[in-house]
Design a protein around this ligand. Structure first.
Ligand code: GLN
Length: 270
């Protein structure tokens, strides 16, 4: 039996970073800015695309004091571009990932859309509707360079940190040695602190996020990568906001077709 523990955590209250950006909807340089007035109920707050993400999860969503609302990243920029094309103002809301992926946050009407590097899974489809996938991903194990851990098998009798509710948690529970302890955290912010503090021996989560730590700190390496063939989708409460869902799908398609997607991809992953 694997030893699964829940780390003592402070449950983060929903934080809204929005509010200061309400005046800047139409960017004159925007390609297909749409000034149509949407019917009431098109989004949960008229004129806004209220978008939930769990942060930090760099390079997808992270704080940047220089950015609008103090947040940026691949997801955030993609979300802002979609909002602009729909004639809406992007409103960022920070949430807990476990509740976002389970559908609770969206069903409660906390936001219109979840844009949070979320893997499309059959299980999640029970409570969520997803857009077409917008990013292909995989898992990886991040460890200290001098840890001696080269493979997942080397984590026998060691502690692996995972994000609660994530596909990385699922992968770890299925594949880690039975003697490994799996410790759950709210997200990468806590995981990274725990790894640096030596509370855990590795983090098993989405490869691009672990790679961001490697790029920033040579004391850490990716021990191993796992081809889980994951695809990220933007999520909606199942069966809700169907007009918005269709418009987001069309905007995403246009963003790919006109090269905007590639420009953003190159900015964050080249
Ligand atoms: N892609 C992973 C998942 O969907 C992790 C997402 C995240 O932490 N934001 O479970």
């Amino acid at each position: 039996m694997k030893n699964i523990k829940v780390a003592a955590l402070v449950v983060t209250a929903t934080l809204s970073f929005a509010s200061l950006s309400a005046c800047s909807t139409a960017d004159p340089a925007g390609t297909t800015s749409n000034t149509t007035t949407h019917p009431a109920g098109y989004t949960i707050a008229d004129g806004f695309l209220t978008a939930c993400s769990e942060i930090p999860f760099a390079p997808f969503e992270y704080e940047d004091p220089a950015a609008e609302d103090g947040v940026t990243g691949f997801d955030i920029e993609l979300g802002r571009e979609i909002a602009k094309r729909l004639g809406l103002t992007y409103k960022f809301v920070a949430v807990d990932f476990a509740a976002l992926q389970s559908g609770t946050t969206l069903a409660a009407g906390q936001c219109d859309i979840g844009i949070s590097a979320m893997t499309i899974t059959e299980d999640r489809r029970k409570n969520l509707d997803f857009t077409e996938s917008y990013y292909d991903s995989l898992q990886a194990l991040l460890v200290k360079t001098d840890s001696g851990i080269k493979t997942l098998a080397d984590t026998a009798n060691k502690t692996i940190g995972v994000q609660r509710g994530s596909s990385g948690q699922e992968y770890t529970e299925e594949h880690a040695p039975d003697s490994a302890t799996i410790l759950e955290f709210e997200g990468d912010g806590d995981l990274w602190i725990a790894l640096q503090a030596g509370q855990i021996d590795g983090i098993l989560q989405d490869q691009p996020v672990n790679l961001t730590h490697v790029k920033a700190d040579a004391d850490y390496v990716l021990a191993e990568e796992y081809d889980t063939n994951e695809q990220y989708g933007m999520a909606f409460a199942k069966g809700k906001l169907l007009e918005l869902q269709a418009d987001v799908a069309a905007a995403l398609k246009a963003i790919r077709a006109d090269g905007t997607y590639q420009t953003l991809y190159d900015k964050y992953f080249a």
